[in-house]
Design a binder for this molecule. Structure first.
Ligand code: PAF
Length: 308
């Protein structure tokens, strides 16, 4: 059964055991946050597009360790979809999301509709350079949509802290820059990638994979694991590393590979040799499902650390 956010709001607001307020109006977010601040609480914020999984819940967990009042937004932001069928098909299950958010300690769930967020809007926000490569090069307009909605959400919620996942590393890095450049008083936290037991990075999009594609898509994390072994063996040449990752990903029969790129962690520019802090980032399609994954590498002399 499909239900509107309004419908769910009144039903769930009556349930004390959930202990979570659900609102879809900006004014209601402002007054709930103001009240929490009045009680001396710091505000943590977890922006999402819903269809929650353990990766999202881990972001709440991190935020709860630092702040006392957790705000989560669920809004499938049409502005960041460069492909309209991807927007239409984005998985949704608000009832399940509400149950999960309530259980993991969200205090305020914001579920606006398109009109509430973009009524007569003419303004967008963009970050240059950091979005030239990786997903930015393959999804025109995507990041402008992300920065616009995240700016709006930051202004609506006015959190002390916001948590973003490493899986969308270009998004997290560019938002950090946006926050710095536009003087948002928000601390940005980067949370580790949460993986299924077999290594597949958790994503709302995994739902679209059939059984074969789900098994094949493990090629992404296998590619990263192999890269770690190469780095352990002393390999630092990006061409050699990407070539080997490519042959592993191809064994997973992707329908296409968007990129296998190695960039500097600092400014996400392409590099030839792995040195200092770098990122190996991958994006490929299985059917119409586009999956991404990445690994942060910190190399200092002969020692290294891979975070993925
Ligand atoms: O990472 C996401 O889910 C989205 O890009 C975000 C940050 C919620 C903005 O719509």
């Amino acid at each position: 059964m499909t239900r509107s956010a309004e419908h769910v709001v009144s039903e769930y607001n009556d349930k004390d055991e959930v202990g979570m307020k659900i609102v879809s109006r900006i004014d209601d977010v402002r007054s709930a946050v103001m009240q929490a601040r009045g009680e001396g609480k710091k505000i943590g914020f977890i922006p999402t597009m819903g269809y929650l999984h353990d990766g999202h819940l881990s972001l709440v967990e991190i935020s709860r360790g630092i702040t006392q009042f957790q705000v989560m937004s669920i809004f499938v932001n049409r502005l960041q979809f460069n492909d309209s069928s991807d927007f239409t098909n984005y998985p949704k299950d608000l009832e399940r999301d509400i149950a999960m958010a309530g259980k993991c300690g969200v205090d305020l769930l914001f579920t606006p509709d398109d009109r509430e967020m973009y009524k007569n809007a003419l303004t967008t926000v963009d970050v240059s350079r950091l979005t030239d490569n990786l997903c930015g090069a393959h999804r025109p307009g995507h990041f402008k949509g992300v920065f616009t909605v995240v700016s709006k959400l930051f202004n609506i919620v006015q959190p002390d802290l916001a948590v973003f996942g490493q899986k969308d590393i270009q998004q997290a890095a560019s938002i950090e820059k946006m926050v710095f450049d536009l003087n948002f008083p928000v601390r940005i936290i980067l949370a580790p990638i949460i993986r299924e037991k077999d290594g597949l990075a958790m994503s709302s999009r995994n739902k679209h994979l059939d059984q074969q594609q789900r098994a094949d898509a493990l090629a992404l994390s296998s590619g990263l694991k192999h890269a770690e072994q190469l780095i352990l063996g002393g390999e630092r040449d990006v061409k050699k590393i990407t070539h080997e990752i490519e042959s592993i990903i191809k064994k997973g029969n992707p329908d296409s590979i968007d990129y296998i790129s190695v960039v500097s962690y600092e400014d996400l520019s392409y590099i030839d040799r792995i040195d200092g802090k770098s990122v190996i980032a991958l994006a490929a399609f299985w059917g119409t499902t586009r999956l991404i994954d990445n690994m942060i590498i910190e190399v200092a002399g002969d020692s290294y650390k891979c975070i993925y």
